[in-house]
Design a protein around this ligand. Structure first.
Ligand SMILES: Nc1nc2c(ncn2[C@@H]2O[C@H](COP(=O)(O)OP(=O)(O)OP(=O)(O)O)[C@@H](O)[C@H]2O)c(=O)[nH]1
Ligand SMILES: [Mg+2]
Ligand SMILES: [Zn+2]
Length: 313
């Protein structure tokens, strides 16, 4: 029998069979990805084969080939990776500019990872109802402009007053979408808005900070209502976004604007750090590439080769 993995609680996997019912499963066999130490061999979104034994226990026996997946490392230099989800059409990065503040480095590391796995990424700036000061509104426009000028689609929402929710809903129709972001940015609240009656647990961020725990603890896939269908995957908030190992010459491929300017560098193996006649550094000096994006690029280079690119302080 074939099924889709919709939840992973650590010891159990919940799958939805193609006939409809949801079944709790254990795993049987070795599902480790070759060459990658992952904390979860089977991910939400995986298509699997299951069998049920005589005593009624269901087992996942096989993972069908993945169309794609997104992996994050537990921390920048950690060897352990975590498969966020598989078989995706797109991913939404939920960010907030206040309560809490998502760092631009976090955004860029996430976007670079999505580029590396060729999963289209959309940025959702949530909690816009909190951005009422002129300064905050300016910041919102600046962040929106920064990412739109690179070519990313940016949606602004307020789960509190409903702004942007229809735009978001339209963007999700008929697709399987992974939602990611820091803890407390409103991922689950947005999903509750999109799926009436779901009523998942959310928590005020002060509570999050007090306990240091995340409100959502397991990834889970939900079916969207409406004729066009689609699925949305809620995930626990992440603090940092450790990128997968990338070759130092590959990193610029995952920053579209750096890649574009890099075509004009004198050396085709230019790392855009110290080489003469580097078109990326020139574009940076002329303000055509943003300093924050370039810094994020350097931070990923550092991960790929900590000794060579570590700054001297
Ligand atoms: N003012 C305001 N508060 C919001 C908005 N969206 C969510 N919140 C609040 O932010 C807090 C955190 O929301 P959650 O949905 O639990 O955040 P999360 O991203 O799912 O967090 P984790 O599950 O820990 O990753 C809750 O108190 C929500 O009510 C918004 O648009 N505006
Ligand atoms: Mg949540
Ligand atoms: Zn260069």
């Amino acid at each position: 029998m074939e099924a889709s993995v919709i939840k992973n609680t650590g010891s159990w996997y919940v799958v939805r069979t193609d006939d409809g019912p949801e079944i709790d499963c254990k795993i049987k066999g070795n599902f480790r990805l070759k060459g990658i130490r992952s904390t979860n061999p089977i991910a939400v979104g995986d298509r699997v084969k299951i069998t049920v034994n005589e005593s009624g226990t269901a087992f996942i026996t096989e993972i069908l080939p993945r169309k794609n997946y997104i992996i994050r490392r537990a921390s920048n230099l950690s060897k352990e990776s975590h498969i966020l989800a598989s078989n995706l059409d797109q991913t939404l990065l939920i960010v907030t500019l206040a309560h809490p503040t998502t760092s631009l480095t976090f955004i860029d590391r996430f976007l670079a990872t999505a580029e590396a796995y060729r999963v289209p990424a959309i940025i959702v700036i949530n909690k816009t109802d909190l951005l009422t000061d002129p300064e905050d509104m300016e910041l919102l426009e600046a962040v929106k402009y920064l990412y739109e000028s690179i070519g990313y689609h940016v949606i602004t929402t307020s789960a509190k007053n409903g702004d942007g929710i229809e735009t978001l809903r339209t963007g999700l129709e008929g697709k399987t979408t992974l939602i990611s972001g820091n803890s407390g940015v409103g991922k689950t609240t947005l999903i509750n808005d999109l799926i009436p009656g779901l009523d998942l647990r959310t928590a005020a961020i002060s509570e999050v900070h007090d306990t240091g725990t995340h409100t959502t603890t397991f990834s889970e896939m939900f079916q969207l209502p409406g004729e066009s269908g689609g699925y949305i995957i809620d995930t626990p908030g992440v603090r940092g976004f450790g990128t997968i190992e990338m070759d130092e010459h590959e990193v610029s491929h995952f920053f579209p604007e750096i890649f574009k300017f890099g075509a004009d560098c004198r050396f085709n193996n230019c790392t855009h750090t110290h080489e003469p006649h580097c078109a990326v550094i020139k574009a940076l000096e002329e303000g055509l590439i943003s300093q924050s994006r370039y810094n994020s690029y350097l931070s990923i280079l550092e991960d790929s080769n900590p000794d060579k690119y570590r700054k001297p302080y």
